[in-house]
Design a protein around this ligand. Structure first.
Ligand SMILES: NCc1[nH]cc(CCC(=O)O)c1CC(=O)O
Length: 290
C-alpha cells in the first residue's frame, strides 16, 4: 500500500511534505508518494492575493485532487488554510510547530535598526505592512509576491533594502543563514498559524488514524486559539490580522492584532490552555469592544 500526499509545487511545499512522509514512515512503516498540484494561487502572481480570492486559492485545488481520489491527504502551511473547511474534510494533524517569528532579510546583511530613512522594504502582506508602519512610519512598502526564492531575488531586482519573511519557511529550506533580524513575536505579531503545518484529509479516509497520529497537542491548542480569534473577527487576508499563542505549563497567553477602522489594535489575554477556543473568541471581542 502506498498513500498519495498532495501539495503545491513550490520547493517549500515539497520539503514540508517530505518531512511529513518521513514521519509517517518512521511511525507506521507506511510508504507515501508526493502528488504535486499547481494551484491558482501559484499561477496568478501579478496581482495581490486578496484581489483574486485570498489564500484559500492555495488550498482549494488540492482539495479537488482529494475529492477526485488523486490524493489521500494533503500538506499545507496552516497560515494558508481558511477557517471554513469544506464538508467532510478535517485537519487531521498539526505536527510540532517550527519557529513562529517573522524575520528581516536584507540586501547586504544590513540590520533592520540601521536602515536609512525611507528604506524600501518588500512585502505583500497587509499584516506585515501595517506593523512595519507602526515601528518605522518612514519605510516605503513595495509589494512582492511569489515563492520564497522569487521574493529573495526581488531584493536585488527591485532594488529593495530588504524583505520580511517567515523564519519557518527559511529554516525548512535550510536558508536561515540569510536572516539578518528576528522580530519578537510579541512586538511583531505573526500570521495566524504561522510556522505550523496541517495534514488535511477526508474524515472518512480509511487511513485517517495514520494522518491523525502526527498531531502535536500544544501546537494544536495554540493554532486553534489563533484560528478562533480569526474566525470571530472574520479575518480573511484583506484586513491586517495576526495572532500568537504560547503555552507555559497550564497557562496560555494569546496576543492578537487587528486593523479596525484604519487603526491597528493590539491586545492580549491569559487563561487556562484547555480553554483555547474561548480565549481566541474573548480576545477578539476585547479588540472590537474599544
Ligand atoms: N504566505 C506564504 C507562506 N506560507 C507559509 C510560509 C512559510 C512559513 C510558515 O509555515 O508559516 C510562507 C512564506 C512566508 O510568509 O514567508
Amino acid at each position: 500500500m502506498k498513500l498519495n500526499i498532495a501539495t503545491r509545487k513550490s520547493k517549500l511545499a515539497q520539503v514540508q511534505t517530505d518531512t511529513i512522509i518521513a514521519e509517517i514512515f518512521k511511525m507506521h512503516k507506511i510508504e507515501c508518494k508526493k502528488v504535486l498540484i499547481e494551484t491558482k494561487g501559484d499561477m496568478i502572481l501579478d496581482v495581490t492575493l486578496d484581489k483574486i480570492g485570498g489564500k484559500g486559492l492555495f488550498v482549494k485545488d488540492i482539495e479537488i485532487a482529494m475529492m477526485e481520489g488523486r490524493a489521500d491527504a494533503a500538506v499545507h502551511s496552516m497560515k494558508d488554510v481558511p477557517y471554513e473547511m469544506p464538508e467532510g474534510f478535517e485537519i487531521a494533524s498539526m505536527p510540532r510547530r517550527e519557529d513562529v517569528r517573522d524575520v528581516f532579510v536584507s540586501m547586504n546583511g544590513m540590520k533592520f535598526a540601521d536602515l536609512p530613512m525611507g528604506a524600501r522594504i518588500g512585502t505583500s502582506s497587509n499584516r506585515r505592512s501595517a506593523q512595519l508602519k507602526m515601528i518605522r512610519p518612514d519605510i516605503e512598502i513595495v509589494p512582492v509576491r511569489g515563492n520564497v526564492q522569487t521574493r529573495i531575488d526581488k531584493i536585488e531586482r527591485e532594488n529593495l533594502h530588504g524583505i520580511i519573511l517567515a523564519a519557518a519557511g527559511l529554516k525548512r529550506l535550510n536558508m536561515d543563514c540569510i536572516i539578518t533580524d528576528y522580530f519578537d513575536p510579541i512586538d511583531f505579531v505573526p500570521a495566524v498559524g504561522q510556522g505550523a503545518l496541517g495534514v488535511e484529509a477526508f474524515t472518512s479516509n480509511e487511513n485517517i488514524k495514520v494522518f491523525r497520529s502526527l498531531d502535536d497537542i500544544e501546537t494544536r491548542m495554540c493554532v486553534e486559539a489563533e484560528r478562533s480569534f480569526m474566525r470571530r473577527l472574520n479575518g480573511g487576508c484583506h484586513t491586517a490580522i495576526g495572532a500568537y499563542a504560547q503555552i507555559d505549563g497550564e497557562i496560555m497567553n494569546l496576543v492578537g492584532i487587528f486593523e479596525l477602522s484604519g487603526r491597528m489594535i493590539k491586545k492580549d489575554i491569559t487563561g487556562n490552555k484547555y480553554d483555547f477556543i474561548n480565549l481566541g473568541k474573548t480576545l477578539a471581542e476585547k479588540i472590537i469592544d474599544v
